[in-house]
Write a protein that binds this ligand. Structure first.
Ligand SMILES: Cc1ncc(COP(=O)(O)O)c(C=O)c1O
Length: 342
């Protein structure tokens, strides 16, 4: 048995999703997202989010984020995000590349979250010299956050109100959106469009799919053309998009996405409890989704590694490690990890 808690990107495709791929693999189908699966997505996501939605299936979270932000941000515009955001630290400048000079402005915040006061302070500190400054254009939040915490609908609403009050657009990086909704137990619309989010990168690859993500635009049909052209221009309009779209449909059907995410969250909670009961180790952040950040010593981490547990010691920190739980993490695997902490 592998006891791999390194990343939810390393997990297999869920059986039901693989079945959907095989089912889509019959005969010919129109190319470039004109197939019968892709053309259903707008309606299915509109139903899911209780509002008119435009959906662009894509293959990576990086491209979903980059297209979203470049669609609404001019080259002289800035995007405010948390200093730990994936768009800031882990996308090799892709959003700025797509945005032709657009820049990201990192903002600090506890528990990997932004607050309206920190956002407003950063905007005031960074902009304000008219044509000489970048124009604050967009806000990007990550849900669940890079620290494994989750924004409540009220927290999202307060941030979106601040951004909209300044004429800015709002984006949510939902690479782990399913884990966030499973944790909150709220309707997916409540923490997105109904809280003021304009665009969502709806992640699926980490939670049972294979190279399947969706860029969802809420109620802004004028953004469709730019987003679609950026997707094509960047080489991300797959000719055989049916295989991505069929996965997204199966992912949403029967609440599969929430069932898989709930399973992952439950495993993370079990490990969090073991850390809380441990004499030396402690939690860096409250565990609210499927990621656990454990503070301990290098000797402690080495001891876990010597027992075959795979995880990531956080870059730049020798006292912090990340453990990620997924739809495919078995109870047995989590128990092995928990027992190693005894
Ligand atoms: C918070 C977050 N956003 C976006 C992504 C998307 O990344 P990728 O382009 O590898 O699909 C990831 C993947 O690790 C992530 O953790």
């Amino acid at each position: 048995m592998t006891t791999n808690f390194r990343s939810d990107n390393e997990t297999p495709v869920a059986a039901a999703i693989m079945d959907a791929i095989l089912e889509a693999n019959q005969g010919t189908a129109w190319a470039y997202a004109d197939d019968k699966w892709s053309t259903k997505l707008d309606q299915v996501f509109s139903d899911l989010f209780r509002t008119e939605a435009i959906v662009l299936p894509v293959s990576t979270g990086t491209v979903a984020n980059s297209i979203a932000l470049a669609t609404v941000t001019p080259p002289w515009g800035s995007v405010f995000c948390h200093s730990g955001a994936h768009i800031q630290n882990d996308e090799c400048g892709a959003p700025e590349f797509f945005g032709n000079g657009m820049r990201l402005v990192p903002v600090d915040g506890e528990q990997a979250k932004l607050t309206p006061s920190a956002l407003e302070k950063a905007i005031n500190a960074n902009e304000g010299h008219g044509v000489h400054s970048y124009k604050p254009t967009s806000l990007s939040l990550t849900q669940a956050t890079e620290g494994g915490t989750v924004y409540s609908p009220d927290e999202v609403r307060a941030l979106c109100d601040s951004a909209h009050g300044l004429g800015m657009n709002t984006h949510m990086d939902g690479a782990r959106f399913g884990n966030a909704i499973a944790s909150l137990g709220c309707h997916p619309a409540e923490v997105t469009v109904e809280a003021g989010i304009d665009m969502l990168s709806f992640g699926a690859s980490k939670n049972g799919c294979m190279a399947a993500e969706a860029l969802v635009i809420f109620g802004q049909p004028q953004w469709r053309e730019t987003a679609e052209r950026l997707r094509k221009r960047s080489g991300h309009l797959l000719s055989k998009m049916r295989y991505v779209s069929a996965q997204l449909l199966a992912y949403i059907e029967d609440d599969r996405w929430l069932k898989m995410a709930s399973h992952a969250n439950r495993q993370a909670a079990k490990f969090a409890k073991a850390i809380e009961n441990h004499a030396e180790a402690s939690l860096e952040y409250p565990v609210q989704a499927n990621e656990v950040f454990m503070k301990w010593t290098m000797e402690g981490f080495d001891q876990l590694k010597s027992q075959g547990i795979q995880f990531e010691v956080w870059p730049g920190r020798n006292d912090l490690a990340r453990f990620v739980f997924a739809h495919s993490t078995s109870d047995e695997e989590t128990d092995i990890l928990v027992n190693c902490m005894r």
